[in-house]
Write a protein that binds this ligand. Structure first.
Ligand code: SIN
Length: 486
C-alpha cells in the first residue's frame, strides 16, 4: 500500500455490515474495506443462530412487536419498522444471489425459533454456522479492495467534516483520505472479561468518537448472552446458540431443576436480558451452578442441526447431546453505539457514517431480540450505501493532518491495565450494577487514564467511561440495564 492515498469510500470493518455496504456501492466507486486482522476475525463469522426475516407481509407487525417488547419499548419505532419491512427484500437478495440457507426436504427455507420470538422466523445456514456461511458468501461477492491487518487509530476530522483515517497496516503508519468514511467496526466485546466476541472487537473507534465529541447513545444497554461456556483459557468464550433453547433445550441447576420459571413464565424462552439475569441471581442466591441440558434431543438429529457445537465440545471432552454443559452469561452485544440517523449519517460530521453493531440505530432499544443483529447489519448497510451515493461528499482539498501522535499505540503496562479493566467491567458494570460498583469502575477508569498508557488503551477507556456514565445516569432498571439499590 502506498503511504498516502485518496478513495471515494473507506469502510472500517469487514463483517456483515461493512461487506454488505461495500457490495451495494457501485464498482466504479473507488472503495477500500479495512479489516483489523484476517477478514474472518469478526463477530459475523462467529454468529451461530441465524438471521431473522419477517416471514411475509402479515408477519411484519408481529416481528415489530416482538422487537419492541424485547427492547422494553425503548426502541426507535421508525427504525424497527424499517428493519422489519426491509427484511423480506434482504432475504430475497441473499437467496437470489446464491446464499445457501438450510432447506427442508422439499427445498423450502427452514426457519427456527429463538427466545422472545412469537414465531419461527430465523433462517440459518450450516446448521449452527450461519455467520460463517454468510461471511464467506459476502467475501466471495466482494468487488472492492480489502486490506487486512489495518488498525485504524484516528479519524481525520476538522470543522465538522471527516476527511479520512490514520491507520497502521502491518505495523506501518498510513494516512488515507476519502470523501466518505463508514464505521462498521462492530461493538465493544474486549472490554469484558467474559465475552463471546472476536478478539478484534475492542471499542477503539467508539473511543475515537468520544475523543472527537461524537455522541454515543444507549451505552448502558449491554447485552449478556445467557448460555456461554466460559471455562476456557481463550478470550472468546464458547457460545451455545439460543436456537438450542428455541428447539427445546433446558436450563437446569445441579439437581436438574428448571429454575427459570421462578423468574418468568416463558422459562427458557424469555428474552435474553431476563434469562441472563435470572441465571446470575439464581447462582448468587442459591450458590448453585447452571447447565444447558440437551438430553431430550435425538443424537442423530442433534449432530445434523448443531454440527459445529457438537464438534467444538467433542474436542474438549463432551459427548453431546448426552452430557450437559455448565453455562454462564457472558457479554455478547452492544445495543447502544455511535449516534446516527436512519441512513447511518453521523450527525454534525459530514462524510462520516456508521452501520452494524457500532451504530445506535435505535432498533434494539434496551435489549436486542435474538438474531436481529445480522439483519440490522444488512438492512441499514444498504440504506447507508444509498445515502453515500446520494450525498455530495466530494472533497476538493484535504487539510494537512500530518500531526504527530504524542502517545504510542502501546505502552509497557497496557496489557496488565487492560486485564484489570476487563475484570472491573465484568464485576462492576455487568449484569447487575449498583451505584457504588459503577463509581468504583469510574474511579479505576480515570485513574488509569492518568497513567502512562498507549493510545489504544486510552480509546478503550474512553468507551468504558461512556458505558459507566450512561449506566450512572439511568437510575432505574430497564431491559439489559439492571441496577440494584446499594
Ligand atoms: C445465538 O445464536 O444465540 C446468537 C444470536 C444472536 O446474537 O442474536
Amino acid at each position: 500500500m502506498s503511504a498516502c492515498k485518496k478513495y471515494d469510500t473507506i469502510v472500517i470493518g469487514a463483517g456483515i455490515a461493512g461487506l454488505y455496504l461495500a457490495n451495494k456501492l457501485p464498482k466504479s466507486m473507488n472503495t477500500i474495506v479495512l479489516c483489523k486482522d484476517i477478514p474472518w476475525e469478526c463477530n459475523t463469522f462467529y454468529a451461530q443462530g441465524g438471521i431473522v426475516t419477517a416471514l411475509d407481509e402479515n408477519d411484519i407487525p408481529l416481528h415489530i412487536e416482538d422487537t419492541l417488547s424485547a427492547g422494553a419499548y425503548h426502541n426507535k419505532v421508525e427504525a424497527v419498522e424499517v428493519l422489519s419491512r426491509e427484511s423480506i427484500e434482504v432475504r430475497e437478495d441473499f437467496v437470489t444471489r446464491g446464499m445457501k440457507f438450510d432447506l427442508d426436504k422439499d427445498g423450502n427455507l427452514l426457519y427456527t425459533k429463538e427466545a422472545a420470538h412469537s414465531r419461527s422466523r430465523i433462517l440459518h445456514a450450516g446448521g449452527d454456522a450461519t455467520g460463517r456461511y454468510m461471511h464467506k458468501f459476502l467475501m466471495e461477492q466482494n468487488h472492492h479492495k480489502l486490506q487486512k491487518n489495518s488498525l485504524v487509530y484516528d479519524l481525520l476530522i476538522e470543522d465538522g467534516r471527516c476527511y479520512g483515517v490514520r491507520l497502521m497496516v502491518n505495523y506501518k503508519p498510513y494516512t488515507l483520505y476519502a470523501n466518505s468514511v463508514v464505521i462498521a467496526s462492530g461493538g465493544i466485546g474486549s472490554l469484558y472479561q467474559f465475552n463471546t466476541n472476536s478478539r478484534t472487537v475492542s471499542a477503539d473507534i467508539h473511543g475515537i468518537c468520544v475523543e472527537k465529541g461524537i455522541e454515543l447513545r444507549d451505552m448502558e444497554f449491554m447485552q449478556f448472552h445467557p448460555t456461554v461456556f466460559v471455562n476456557t483459557p481463550f478470550a472468546r468464550k464458547l457460545l451455545l446458540t439460543e436456537a438450542l433453547r428455541g428447539e427445546g433445550a433446558w436450563i437446569v441447576d445441579d439437581e436438574g431443576n428448571r429454575f427459570l420459571f421462578d423468574y418468568d413464565e416463558r422459562g427458557e424462552l424469555a428474552s435474553r436480558d431476563i434469562v441472563s439475569r435470572s441465571i446470575f441471581l439464581y447462582k448468587r442466591e442459591r450458590g448453585k451452578k447452571a447447565y444447558l441440558d440437551f438430553s431430550m434431543f435425538e443424537p442423530k438429529w442433534f449432530k445434523q442441526r448443531f454440527p459445529n457445537i457438537d464438534k467444538t465440545f467433542a474436542n474438549i471432552g463432551y459427548d453431546l447431546p448426552k452430557d450437559r454443559v455448565e453455562i454462564s452469561p457472558a457479554f455478547h452485544y452492544a445495543n447502544g453505539g455511535i449516534s446516527c440517523d436512519i441512513d447511518g449519517r453521523v450527525p454534525g460530521i459530514k462524510g462520516l457514517y456508521v452501520v452494524g453493531e457500532a451504530a445506535r440505530t435505535g432498533v434494539h432499544g434496551a435489549n436486542r431480540l435474538a438474531s436481529n443483529s445480522l439483519l440490522e447489519g444488512a438492512v441499514f448497510a444498504k440504506k447507508c450505501a444509498e445515502a453515500i451515493v446520494e450525498d455530495d461528499n466530494h472533497i476538493e482539498k484535504e487539510p494537512n493532518f500530518e500531526k504527530d501522535y504524542d502517545t504510542l499505540l502501546h505502552q509497557e503496562n497496557d496489557k496488565e491495565y487492560k486485564h484489570q479493566l476487563r475484570g472491573i467491567m465484568w464485576k462492576d458494570v455487568g449484569i447487575v450494577r449498583t451505584q457504588s460498583s459503577l463509581l468504583e469502575a469510574k474511579n479505576f477508569i480515570y485513574d488509569t487514564k492518568s497513567k502512562n498508557i498507549g493510545r489504544l488503551l486510552e480509546l478503550r477507556l474512553n468507551t468504558a467511561a461512556e458505558i459507566v456514565r450512561a449506566a450512572l445516569r439511568r437510575e432505574e432498571s430497564l431491559g439489559s440495564h439492571y441496577i440494584e439499590k446499594d
